[in-house]
Ligand binder design. Structure first.
Ligand code: CS2
Length: 494
């Protein structure tokens, strides 16, 4: 196929493919988005695409902080890409036009900072994953020894990290008398607005006390809860979508019908009317965030490690095993639910039922290995917060402990058949070393890994109920394997 997806081919696409309902030539940039991965393109970019008809001043200039792959795919197609919404009812296609330009930060750093410093940019949003915040996952404080932070502190006008970039742009705006943009984190961090604010103000303060105070007092960082499952695109997806379009799309994005976005309404320079596209503006995101991080992401990580170890490639394959479904249902109902303060009006039963259906979506090939990535950055907000709340009330944590133990088993780097696991994690080296040095005994491996304060803090390693539960689950995992352990856990009474 030779024709490439672009403006010129939009009128010739099949009628079933939804295309932008606005003239793209009239759209101007109002948002700079850092970290243009598939998630952003299936979520915030779609809500934005919906509102551009009414207000074309909110186009997105997106940046990749490292990798040129997204720019290379989207530039030849005028920034357009296909969103494929998949379920057992079939596949719906929609072309998204809200991304006007993709900048690769290391190649065009000055251009990026210049656009961020422009008064038209009123929001800087981020999906840079947990590790992109250069923070300590256990405390949420800036990791001052992080190599990129160390670099940026000594070269503040040539930043490599997301905090470094944002603070440099804020500094320039301040000295030019331009009000700061709002910084909107769309990552699965705990209290993502407060976390990004803490990281930015500390970094700014280390550069210059006044700048630190300015960021703390004047930069709005609304918290958000984002939700949509977005498996990585495969070559087979690329071929299928291109065939359906009749034009090549080098990087379509796969997703599910469900989507949710809850945002704290704190945008001093204005914001798009995303509520017209289904977003909810609220004054406190935390109840939504806890519900989502603990139920969805906590289950996801548990399924990812146990499912991978049991030899399942995707979440749907794992959930098709009744023992795993029972485990997740029990985890949500018995262990997570009692820790939640629900958002007003929530029907928790339907929410949880919908989660099970979403996990089982046979049309989404969401790989367990994809979710297993970066566990050191994910565990605290997905499982350990729930663990702490339950320990404080002397409540049982067997399923949560099994999730943590499965992560430990996974990061040792060898699967149940002795094959290597490609552990992708900013702490992979240290995790592997810690496990190797501990030797073959599960008890020693658990003790070694529990000693990593950036993940478990100072409190959990001291808590006997926790260390015993994790050690015993890890021991069973090593002796019997994931499948038998899950079966046993879901059959024994609590
Ligand atoms: C997943 C999330 O990869 C992961 O860690 O748990 O990306 C998950 O699919 C999203 O948070 C869903 O909103």
């Amino acid at each position: 196929m030779t024709t490439r997806l672009s403006h010129a081919v939009l009128p010739r696409l099949p009628a079933s493919v939804k295309v932008p309902g606005y003239a793209r030539s009239t759209v101007t940039a109002g948002i700079v988005h850092l970290g243009i991965g598939a998630f952003h393109r299936a979520h915030q970019a779609v809500y934005t695409d919906d509102i551009l008809v009414d207000d074309p001043t909110w186009g997105i200039v997106a940046a990749s902080l490292r990798n040129p792959a997204t720019r290379d795919a989207l530039e030849p197609q005028d920034g357009l890409y296909t969103l494929s919404i998949r379920s057992d009812e079939g596949e719906r296609l929609r072309v998204i036009g809200s991304v006007l330009q993709v900048i690769v930060a290391p190649e065009a750093l000055e251009d990026l900072i210049r656009i961020m410093s422009d008064p038209a940019t009123r929001i800087v949003s981020l999906t840079v994953t947990e590790k992109g915040y250069c923070y300590d996952p256990a405390t949420g404080a800036l990791n001052e020894a992080h190599p990129e932070i160390v670099h940026d502190l000594s070269h503040p006008s040539l930043p490599r990290s997301a905090p470094g970039l944002i603070v440099e742009a804020l500094r320039r705006r301040r000295s030019a008398g331009i009000p700061p943009f709002a910084v909107m984190s769309c990552d699965n961090l705990p209290a993502n607005g407060r976390t990004v604010k803490r990281v930015l103000s500390r970094y700014a303060e280390m550069l210059d006390r006044d700048l630190g105070a300015f960021v703390r007092e004047h930069v709005a960082c609304p918290s958000t809860m984002v939700d949509r499952i977005v498996p990585a695109t495969t070559d087979e997806d690329r071929e299928r979508i291109s065939r359906l379009l009749g034009a090549t799309d080098a990087w379509p994005v796969m997703t599910e019908p469900f989507t949710q976005w809850v945002i704290e309404d704190d945008f001093p320079q204005g914001r798009p009317a995303w509520e017209n596209a289904g977003a909810q503006f609220v004054s406190d995101v935390e109840p939504f965030e806890h519900m989502k991080l603990r139920l969805l992401n906590g289950s996801h990580s548990t399924l990812a490690y146990l499912g991978y170890l049991a030899g399942y490639e995707t979440v749907a394959d794992t959930m098709a095993d009744p023992a795993f479904e029972r485990l997740i249902q029990g985890l949500m109902d018995e262990e997570v639910t009692p820790t939640l303060h629900l958002p007003p009006g929530t029907d928790l039963q339907s929410y949880k039922q919908a989660l099970v259906t979403r996990f089982k979506n046979p049309a989404l090939r969401h790989r367990t290995a994809q979710i297993a990535m970066d566990g050191s950055q994910k565990l605290p907000q997905r499982l350990l917060g729930t663990v702490r709340d339950r320990l404080a009330k002397d409540e049982p944590i067997r399923r949560l402990a099994l999730g943590v133990a499965a992560w430990m088993r996974y990061v040792t780097g060898r699967d149940e058949r002795g094959e290597p696991i490609d552990v992708r994690d900013p702490m992979a080296e240290r995790l592997r070393r810690t496990a190797d040095e501990a030797g073959p005994e599960p008890r020693d491996i658990a003790q070694g890994l529990l000693g990593i304060g950036e993940i478990f803090g100072d409190d959990l390693p001291q808590n006997q109920a926790f260390t015993n539960a994790v050690t015993s689950a890890l021991d069973t995992l090593f002796r019997k394997g994931a499948q038998a352990t899950v079966r046993e856990t879901t059959l024994s009474s609590f």
